[in-house]
Design a protein around this ligand. Sequence first.
Ligand code: PBG
Length: 327
Amino acid sequence: MPYPEIRPRRLRRNAAVRRLVSETRVAPAELVVPMFVKEGLAEPRAVASLPGVLQHSRDSLRKAAVEAVQAGVGGIMLFGVPAERDETGSGGLDPAGILNVAIRDVIAEVGDATVVMSDLCLDEFTSHGHCGLLTPDGGVDNDATLAAYAQMAVAQADAGVHVVGPSGMMDGQVGVVRKALDAAGRQDVSVLAYAAKYASAFFGPFRDAVESALEGDRRAYQQDPANLRESLREVELDVAEGADMVMVKPALPYLDVVSAVRAAVDVPVAAYQVSGEYAMVEAAAANGWIDRERTMLETLTSIRRAGAQIILTYWAVEAAQMLRERY
Ligand code: PBG
């Protein structure tokens, strides 16, 4: 070896020194757990393509929310699965709709002990499964959809949610939602914008979880996986429209996007480790092909390292429990 001998391995020598020099830690408070609640369920039900994830009943959701708080997670993102759907997704706007009822339940149970968030999108509530209202020729009508999102935001705020997450990728959605919340006197409710959201095959198992009726795809509103600069434009627009936080989704296949977004804006950046990312690891682990826990933590660390400060992940509760012991 040439002198001086530079030996990076000195800092990998044992667990104590590795812990000392670790550049990236994942804290339970940075993890957000997505939860599904289905209208009319008496007992929670497993989602076949998302092992370990449940469609909750109202009752089991309340219990799961308490467990999540005890584990120390930073937030809960709620998704509703209605018993009936219609053309306009009216169940999403209805104060008695399952998502709004579930927000009330969770807030009644955990209050301000964690951050309660709700998905703000019509796809779970429409009979056609698209994220918005349809035009006569079957396209998604951007501006008519915005009016529905505005009402939905106010209904969610009235139910007590802390953060709304507009995820439909309609142009102008963040501005319209912010304006509607402000007009309703809900300046205290934050907007976590699903700013850079790709038309991704990794959403597959989620569609099972919400029993999506979608035929076709969302390529006319979600982004082309080939594009990075487009995400910077989306993020810039959302911040200008009043987004308090921005999200990149999916996470692991888009770490370059997470990193570029982190460099471009000063608001908190979130990344959503989506259903397909989780299902791939679970399936490989179930086959004994991969070490489940190591893989889980490696993916979360990588997403954090790329620049996401907040991570939405179906492993949030389990990972929070593991991480609490680690640091
Ligand atoms: C839209 C929404 C979707 C996801 C989160 N919000 C589905 C979609 O856009 O098709 C996907 C999340 C996941 O795959 O885990 N309501």
